[in-house]
Write a protein that binds this ligand. Structure first.
Ligand SMILES: Nc1ncnc2c1ncn2[C@@H]1O[C@H](COP(=O)(O)OP(=O)(O)OP(=O)(O)O)[C@@H](O)[C@H]1O
Length: 323
């Protein structure tokens, strides 16, 4: 398996659990979505994958590897993979762009570092990609600084950088949050075209179920850092087994619910299922976390699962992708 995350556990420095144990795998061609509301641990997972956890967060267990190379330990082999065989499109392109470097310098950065390519050679090789991404490849445009681009152009530049060394896998961390609906749609369509053309595997982090339904084949739902449910996106959204997934689907359709409240802070999460205080069907048994049923890519974890239902009907989260 190209990317393998096995029982990954992330904690704060004071021992409070933030994510996991979480297992997943990703191969070229796979289109996996990771959904969950704010604070569920999506960005921490992306940061762990690239070995850039923020201060105050540590890996307390498990392992992450890609193409047989550990990604959770520093080393030359890891450095040869990151940005090369695995690209990262961050939520905020400001994280990836240096305000003092021109577009040309940004685009040539990884090819120069990892492929030993000269800047002109890299730019010549990347010109068709820029055209596909609707970024002008003329010298005047390439001499611009990031602040001289629109938000959509900055995000497409971040995608071009992530693809600049022809990766096999891509991690997209809510890449369209800051874009208007038209730019969002254009970005998603482009990313899907490129995925298909290049046979890329991607992990698309989103809180937008409509986008997940459009872009992904499989979906993993996180809540409070815990995997709740996983499986083919049509099954997970069309016939959820975990009440939290069902609530996410209802919320995406803007439907009212008996459930209220917010994800508690990590130190305030209850024992057992973290969704228990908000769950309409929780019972005393939910104070003990049910074992995960199924495989890492297809299963759920719940003491009071919703009945299994026919999921061949199309799932219909709200129609306009927003992330
Ligand atoms: N540096 C840090 N120190 C301590 N806790 C942190 C740190 N960074 C993140 N956390 C906590 O880890 C949890 C998961 O955060 P994360 O940013 O991964 O959430 P997310 O699902 O990506 O949210 P969003 O959708 O808002 O980006 C949150 O409770 C957050 O407060």
């Amino acid at each position: 398996m190209s990317l393998a995350i096995d029982a990954l556990l992330l904690e704060r420095a004071d021992g409070v659990r933030l994510l996991g144990p979480l297992s997943l795998s990703l191969a070229p061609g796979d289109r996996l979505g990771l959904a969950g509301e704010s604070g569920s641990g999506k960005s921490l997972l992306a940061q762990a994958l690239f070995g850039v956890l923020p201060p105050g967060v540590r890996q307390a267990g498990g392992s992450i590897s890609a193409f047989g190379v550990p990604l959770d330990r520093p080393g030359a082999a890891r450095d040869r993979l990151r940005g090369v065989r695995i690209g990262w499109v961050p939520q905020d392109p400001g994280q990836a762009l240096n305000p003092l470097l021109t577009l040309a310098q940004h685009l040539a950065l990884l090819p120069e570092l990892h492929r030993g390519e000269s800047a002109p050679a890299a730019l010549a090789r990347l010109t068709p990609l820029l055209e596909q991404l609707r970024l002008p490849a003329d010298p005047a445009f390439l001499e611009r600084l990031p602040h001289q681009l629109s938000g959509g152009q900055r995000q497409r530049l971040a995608l071009a950088m992530a693809l600049s060394c022809d990766p096999d896998l891509l991690v997209l961390d809510e890449p369209t949050t800051a874009l208007d609906p038209a730019a969002r749609k254009a970005f998603v369509d482009l990313a899907l075209d490129l995925q298909q053309e290049r046979g890329l595997g991607f992990l698309w982090i989103t809180h937008d179920l409509a986008l997940a339904a459009q872009a992904c084949d499989h979906l993993l739902v996180l809540y409070g850092g815990e995997p709740m449910e996983a499986g083919p996106v049509a099954r997970v959204l069309g016939a959820p087994r975990h009440p939290y997934t069902a609530r996410l689907v209802e919320a995406s359709r803007r439907r009212p619910s008996r459930e209220s409240g917010f994800l508690p802070a990590p130190q305030d999460r209850p024992a057992g299922c973290p969704f228990r205080p908000r769950c309409a069907v929780a019972s005393g048994a939910c104070a003990a976390w049910a074992p995960w049923q199924g495989t890492a890519s297809q299963g759920f974890r719940c003491e009071q699962p919703l009945p299994s239902a026919d999921w061949t009907s199309p799932c219909t989260p709200c129609s306009a992708p927003s992330t």
